[in-house]
Design a protein around this ligand. Structure first.
Ligand code: C2E
Ligand code: MG
Ligand code: MG
Length: 674
C-alpha cells in the first residue's frame, strides 16, 4: 500500500466512528421501543404481587434510561448530525445508555430469578432472548456493546438456570449458554461486517472525493493548459507578424542604404538587371551614370561625419530629381549610380551635366556653406555593355579616368582606355604573386668595349611571364612602382644578378649592370639590400654596376647625393640610364658622382635624322666631367662603327647580342671570343 492509500485509509477509519454512531442512533427507536414494551410486559403482564413493587422500580429505571437515551438521540439528530464533531463523546454517551439498559435487565433477571414461576420464567427468558437477538443487529456497529448486551442478557440467567437446585431449568440453562455463544458469534460477525462495510464505504467515499479532487485538479490543469495554448497561439501570431516584419526589414536593409534610403549596390544591381531586360525586349537604349563627388572628403575630414552624412542626404535628393524613383543608388561613400532608360549618348551627357550643376549649388548644413562638384562617367547599353554589372563597372572606370584627367567633368566610356585600365588592374594583381609563383627571370645583354671588342659588362634585364604571356618590363615596372612592389622586385633582381655574376666565367671578370628604380634608390634600406646581395653572393663590389634613369635628377637632391655617395663608397659603379630622354641638369651632372652615361637608343636609332648632334654634345659633356659612355640600341655594324668613331666607349645592342638567359650567355661568350 503506498503512502497515499495509507493516508486515505487512515482518514476513512476516522470517519467510521461517525458512521458507527449514525447507525447506532439510526436504529435506536426500535431498540428502545422493544425494551420499553418488553419491560412493561414483564412488569405488568404477570400477577406476582410478591415482587411487584421491586418490578416497578425496574420499570421506572427502564423508563428513565429509555427517556434519557431518546433525548440523547434527539440531541444528536438535531444538533450534531452532518456537522464535524468529535464522535467519541456521543459514542460514550450512547454506550453508557446501552450499558445502563443491560445492567437493568441483568439485575432484573438475577434479582427476580427465584421469584418467578415457570410461565413467567419462560416468558422472561424468551423476551430476553428476543432482545438479545435484536441487539445483535441493532448494536452491531459497536463490538463492545453488542458483546456486553448478549453476554449480560443471556449468560447470568443461563448460569442461574444451570445452577438452579430445582433442576427443572437446567436444560434451558445449557441451551441459553449455547444460544449465548451462537449469538455472540453472530454479533461479532455482523459487527465485523458492519465495520468492513463502513470502512469500505468510507474508503470509497475518500477515493471518490480524492477522484473528485483529482478530476477538479485535472480540469483546472486543462483550463490552465487551454489558456496557455491560447496565449501561445496569440504569441505565435505575434511572433509570425514580428518575423514577417523582420523579414521586411532585412529585405529593406539588404536592398537599401539606411542613410539616403536609396537602393544600395545589391538592390540596384537587381533592379537594373530587370530594367535592362525590358529595355532589351523593347530594343531601347539605356545609360548608366557613375557619379563621384569632388571635395566630399574635405567636408568629412573638416566638418565631421555628421555633417558629411547630411550633405550626402541632400546630394541624394538633388540627384534623384534627374531620374525615376529607384533608378538611383548609393554605390558607397560619396558615389552614386543612376540609370536612364531610353537615353542616348547626348541625352545622357546633358542629364549628367545638369546633375553636376545641381550638385554645385551650395549646400547649407548647420550654417556651413558647402561647395561640391562631381565627376561623372557614362556607359551606354547596348553600345558599351550588355549586363548591369558590366555597364556599372565601365561607367565607374570612365569616371575614375575622367577624374584623373579633369575632376568636375563628364566622360563617356572609351573601350581603349577601359581595356588598358582593366589590363593594368589585372597586371597589378598578377604582380602581387609573381615572385612567389616564380614568374620572374633575368636575362643578360653584353656591353662591348668599342676599342677592343672585349666584354665590359652584361646588363641584367628582368622578364615576367604572366598567364603564359611575356609582359614587357617598361609596362610592369611603372606599375610595380605605383603599387610599391618595386622594392621587393628590385631586391629579387639584385640578388639574382649578383649570384649569376659571381658564377659566370668571362674574361676580365665581366661586371653585371643592374637597373635600379629611383624609388628603390630613395629607400633608406637600399644600401643595406646592396650589402646583403654582395655578401650572400660573394660578388666583388667593383663588379656591380647600377643603372639609374635620368629622372633621378628631378628628385630630392640632397637625398640622392647622400645615397650616391653611400653607393660609391662601397666601390659600386653607377651609370645614368636613358640619357637625353629626360631632364638632365648640367649642375647636377657635375655634383653627382657618376661613372657612366648610357646614351638612349632613340638617339642611336635616329642617327640619320640628325641626333648625332645630341650624341656629340653628350659625349662632350661626358668627357668634360670624366664619365665613360655607353651607347644603347646598336643594331647594325654601321651604328657600331659610327659611334665608335664619334668617341663612344662602349656599345650595347642586338648587333652584338639580344638579352640572353644565363646558360646562353656562356655559349655566346665562347663564340664572341673566337
Ligand atoms: P633599359 O635599362 O634602357 O634597357 C635596355 C632596353 O633596351 C632593354 O629593354 C633591351 O632589351 C632593349 N634593347 C637592347 N638593345 C636593343 C636594340 O638593339 N634594339 C632595341 N630596339 N632594343 C634594345 P627591356 O629589357 O624591355 O627593358 C626595358 C626597360 O625596362 C629597361 O630599359 C629598364 O629601364 C627597365 N628594366 C628592365 N629590367 C629592369 C629591372 O630589373 N629593374 C628596373 N628598375 N628596371 C628594369
Ligand atoms: Mg638599363
Ligand atoms: Mg636604357
Amino acid at each position: 500500500m503506498d503512502a497515499k492509500s495509507a493516508q486515505i485509509r487512515e482518514q476513512a477509519l476516522r470517519y467510521s466512528s461517525y458512521d458507527a454512531i449514525s447507525l447506532l442512533h439510526g436504529n435506536i427507536f426500535t431498540g428502545l421501543l422493544m425494551t420499553f414494551l418488553a419491560m412493561s410486559c414483564l412488569v405488568f403482564g404477570f400477577d406476582n404481587p410478591e415482587v411487584y413493587p421491586l418490578k416497578l422500580y425496574f420499570w421506572i429505571a427502564t423508563v428513565v434510561v429509555v427517556v434519557l437515551r431518546l433525548a440523547d438521540t434527539l440531541y444528536w439528530r438535531i444538533s450534531l448530525r452532518g456537522t464535524s464533531y468529535n464522535p467519541d463523546i456521543p459514542l460514550l454517551r450512547f454506550s453508557l445508555g446501552a450499558i445502563a439498559t443491560i445492567i437493568i435487565w441483568a439485575t432484573y433477571v438475577s434479582v427476580l430469578y427465584y421469584h418467578l414461576d415457570t410461565l413467567e420464567m419462560m416468558s422472561t427468558l424468551v423476551i430476553l432472548s428476543a432482545i438479545a437477538g435484536g441487539a445483535a443487529t441493532i448494536l452491531a456497529p459497536s463490538r463492545l456493546l453488542v458483546s456486553l448486551y448478549c453476554t449480560l442478557l443471556i449468560l447470568p440467567v443461563s448460569v442461574l438456570a444451570i445452577t438452579d437446585i430445582r433442576n427443572e431449568f437446567n436444560i434451558i440453562g445449557f441451551l441459553g449458554i449455547g444460544y449465548w455463544l451462537v449469538l455472540l458469534a453472530i454479533s461479532l460477525k455482523s459487527n465485523s461486517f458492519f465495520s468492513n462495510a463502513i470502512d469500505i464505504k468510507r474508503v470509497n467515499e475518500s477515493l471518490i472525493s480524492e477522484l473528485k479532487t483529482e478530476r477538479n485538479q485535472a480540469a483546472k490543469a486543462n483550463e490552465a493548459l487551454r489558456i496557455t495554448n491560447e496565449k501561445l497561439d496569440n504569441s505565435n501570431a505575434t511572433l509570425e507578424e514580428a518575423v514577417m516584419r523582420r523579414t521586411d526589414d532585412i529585405h529593406r536593409l539588404s536592398n537599401r542604404d539606411p542613410l539616403t534610403e536609396l537602393l544600395n549596390r545589391a538592390g540596384f544591381n537587381r533592379h537594373l538587371e530587370s530594367v535592362l531586360k525590358t529595355t532589351r525586349e523593347l530594343n531601347n537604349s539605356l545609360a548608366v551614370l557613375f557619379v563621384d563627388l569632388d571635395g566630399f572628403k574635405q567636408v568629412n575630414d573638416g566638418l565631421g561625419h555628421q555633417i558629411g552624412d547630411k550633405v550626402l542626404v541632400e546630394v541624394a535628393k538633388r540627384l534623384a530629381r534627374f531620374c525615376e524613383p529607384d533608378h538611383i543608388a548609393r554605390w558607397g561613400g560619396d558615389e552614386f549610380v543612376i540609370a536612364l532608360p531610353y537615353a542616348t549618348r547626348d541625352t545622357a551627357i546633358a542629364v549628367a551635366q545638369a546633375a553636376r550643376s545641381g550638385i554645385t549649388i551650395p549646400i547649407i548644413v548647420e550654417e556651413n556653406q558647402i561647395l561640391l562638384d562631381a565627376t561623372i562617367g557614362i556607359a551606354i547599353f547596348p553600345e558599351h555593355g550588355d549586363t548591369a554589372s558590366l555597364l556599372i563597372q565601365e561607367a565607374d572606370v570612365t569616371m575614375y579616368e575622367q577624374k584623373r584627367i579633369q575632376p568636375g567633368t563628364v566622360g563617356v566610356f572609351n573601350a581603349k582606355i577601359y581595356n588598358s585600365i582593366k589590363e593594368e588592374q589585372a597586371l597589378r594583381s598578377g604582380l602581387r604573386h609573381a615572385i612567389e609563383r616564380g614568374e620572374f627571370s633575368v636575362v643578360y645583354q653584353p656591353i662591348i668595349n668599342g676599342s677592343d671588342n672585349s666584354v665590359w659588362a652584361a646588363e641584367a634585364l628582368i622578364r615576367w611571364t604572366f598567364n603564359d604571356t611575356p609582359v614587357r618590363p617598361d609596362i610592369f615596372i611603372p606599375i610595380a612602382e605605383k603599387i610599391g612592389l618595386i622594392h621587393e622586385i628590385g631586391d629579387w633582381v639584385l640578388n639574382r644578378a649578383c649570384i649569376d655574376a659571381a658564377q659566370w666565367v668571362m674574361e676580365n671578370e665581366v661586371a653585371v649592370s643592374v637597373n635600379v628604380s629611383v624609388m628603390q634608390l630613395m629607400d633608406d634600406n637600399f644600401t643595406g639590400a646592396l650589402d646583403r646581395a654582395l655578401k650572400s653572393s660573394g660578388l666583388a663590389p667593383e663588379r656591380l654596376h647600377l643603372e639609374i634613369t635620368e629622372s633621378v635628377f628631378a628628385d630630392n637632391k640632397e637625398k640622392i647625393q647622400m645615397q650616391i655617395n653611400a653607393i660609391k663608397s662601397r666601390n659600386i659603379h653607377i651609370s645614368i640610364d636613358d640619357f637625353g630622354t629626360g631632364f638632365s641638369s648640367l649642375s647636377q651632372l657635375q655634383t653627382l658622382n657618376f661613372d657612366t652615361i648610357k646614351i638612349d637608343r632613340a638617339f642611336v636609332q635616329n642617327l640619320e635624322e640628325g641626333s648625332d648632334t645630341i650624341i656629340g654634345a653628350t659625349l662632350l659633356i661626358a668627357k668634360e666631367f670624366g664619365y665613360k659612355t655607353v651607347a644603347e640600341g646598336i643594331e647594325t655594324l654601321e651604328h657600331a662603327e659610327r659611334l665608335t668613331r664619334m668617341g663612344v666607349d662602349c656599345l650595347q645592342g642586338y648587333y652584338y647580342a639580344r638579352p640572353l638567359p644565363i646558360r646562353d650567355l656562356a655559349k655566346w661568350f665562347e663564340q664572341h671570343q673566337q
